[in-house]
Write a protein that binds this ligand. Sequence first.
Ligand code: 5GP
Ligand code: ZN
Length: 113
Amino acid sequence: MKDCLFCKIAAGEIPAAKVYEDDELLAFKDIAPKAPVHLLIIPKKHLASLAEAAPEDAAWLGRIQVLARRLAEEQGIADGGFRVVANSGADSGQEVAHLHYHLLGGAKLGDIC
Ligand code: 5GP
Ligand code: ZN
């Protein structure tokens, strides 16, 4: 989608520290990490948030969960514990209107969520 930051990252128009990429999904380091490991996992397809997910999106949404587990292992945070968060909409504090999952770990995380 035009003027979407994460669509531009997915298209390679804006650089990002990518850690995983396939036809449907992309994972890259958050630019302002809130934990020792802080990745963002996005679908290349533009959805503003989880509020726009439809039944036909179930396959790649499921793949995101499996990818989060795999990346947690690769990043060395699987054993210690990690968190996966998708903010959706204004009350959640979502800042970038392209669906993304935060993968956080590597330290004791705060109490919210
Ligand atoms: P939200 O608040 O929407 O759930 O999270 C947006 C996240 O995107 C934030 O953690 C923020 O640091 C990250 N972010 C914003 N702009 C960029 C960028 O240009 N590159 C990368 N890698 N992360 C970004
Ligand atoms: Zn987008």
